[in-house]
Design a binder for this molecule. Structure first.
Ligand code: FES
Length: 220
């Protein structure tokens, strides 16, 4: 429950969580929210200290701090067909974008990638929302074998997408950029560097975009 966050949340924004008073500050993308119920939903992959701390919480436990919504909302326009790709934690992150693009009158194709079929999630929720869901697995255990970059390149080459959006690890962002750069379809990617304050003050999330320094937390 985080009523103030739920009231103001927009697609593409995130929150920063501290599990206890001495925990790290960790950013998580808002996956869903209900302004009336005052609830928010996050998808958390347990990979390190902080995600491990969250995984030990029981229903009814409290987080020490929840700050947000932070970051710029995604600009959602009617462009025709939008293909959204999510890998790992990014599968959850594309959910609110899919809903917003759909509400704006677009045809929405979601491409979800996992290393193996058993790590896929939210497939049914996305199927309810999207016009088409394409599954890709690294080991070929479900759907197409490969990565979202292969699907995006095909969609762009065949003229089946007017806008591409990808959310996942930095490596996935790089290979999606490399695979689609020459194909003439605009691509937006999500960068998730280490963050501290999430409000543009510490500089921890500094990245270089077109030779200019930007902060992922406030410019992204
Ligand atoms: Fe500190 Fe972005 S997290 S400037």
């Amino acid at each position: 429950k985080a009523p103030a966050v739920a009231r103001h949340a927009k697609p593409g924004q995130f929150i920063i969580v501290m599990v206890t008073e001495t925990s790290e500050r960790v950013p998580f993308t808002l996956v869903d929210w209900d302004a009336e119920a005052g609830t928010i939903k996050l998808v958390i992959e347990e990979v390190g200290r902080s995600s491990g701390e969250i995984a030990t919480l029981q229903a009814g436990d409290m987080l020490a701090h929840v700050t947000g919504p932070l970051g710029l909302p995604l600009i959602i326009e009617k462009v025709g067909t939008v293909a959204l790709a999510g890998g790992c934690y990014g599968i959850g992150a594309i959910y609110p974008l899919a809903r917003a693009y759909k509400e704006a009158g677009n045809r929405v194709v979601c491409v979800i990638e996992a290393c193996s079929s058993y790590t896929l999630y939210m497939e049914n929720e996305l199927r309810e929302l999207c016009d088409e869901v394409i599954i890709v697995t690294k080991d070929g255990s479900r759907g197409r074998k490969g990565g979202v970059q292969d699907v995006f390149a095909d969609l762009a080459r065949e003229g089946k997408a007017d806008q591409l959006v990808a959310i996942g690890c930095t490596f996935m962002m790089k290979i999606v950029c490399d695979a689609t750069r020459e194909l003439g379809v605009p691509l937006q990617v999500a960068l998730n560097p280490i963050m501290v304050d999430g409000t543009g003050m510490c500089g921890a999330c500094r990245i270089s975009v077109g030779g200019e320094a930007r902060f992922a937390c406030v410019d992204g």
